[in-house]
Design a protein around this ligand. Sequence first.
Ligand code: UDP
Ligand code: MG
Length: 150
Amino acid sequence: MAIEKTLILIKPDGMKRRLAGIAIDRFETAGFDMVAAKIVTVTEDLAREHYALLKEMPFFPNLIQFIKGDFHGVPDRRVLAMVYKGENAVKGIRAVVGATNPEQAAPGTIRGSFGRISQGNFENVVHASGNPEEADREIKIWFRPEEVIG
Ligand code: UDP
Ligand code: MG
């Protein structure tokens, strides 16, 4: 079993709906440890860097607006960025988070419980890195090395 780190974001919809505590409870209950955390207002540059691999997708412009907190239904400019650590953390956290599309996310996952679709935009409450390489890239975007403990 590999000890991994993974990046979690509570997106603006999750912050506005005060779901951060529930999400953190689920990550901790699943056995993962928070090793970095901060509230961030996402700039255009940070949004584009984080979602760089999706820049050709049709939903990209809405996604950039959404994560910045200016998308129509979600006027909230806070994202809670965190790093979690544990055995197979990348896959384990994704399992707690659930599928990308809130309508397909299993009941009991964060997205299955709280995600919704608004005017075609997936308001799915949380981001979690998709694989270990993505996790390494994303943690470096959001945190300086000294901000991540252990
Ligand atoms: N997204 C969307 N519509 C789609 C696919 C993705 O709005 O058809 C948004 C959604 O917020 C998702 C994010 O783009 O979480 C990143 O997409 P990705 O495929 O990486 O999904 P994730 O890794 O977040 O499950
Ligand atoms: Mg992804």
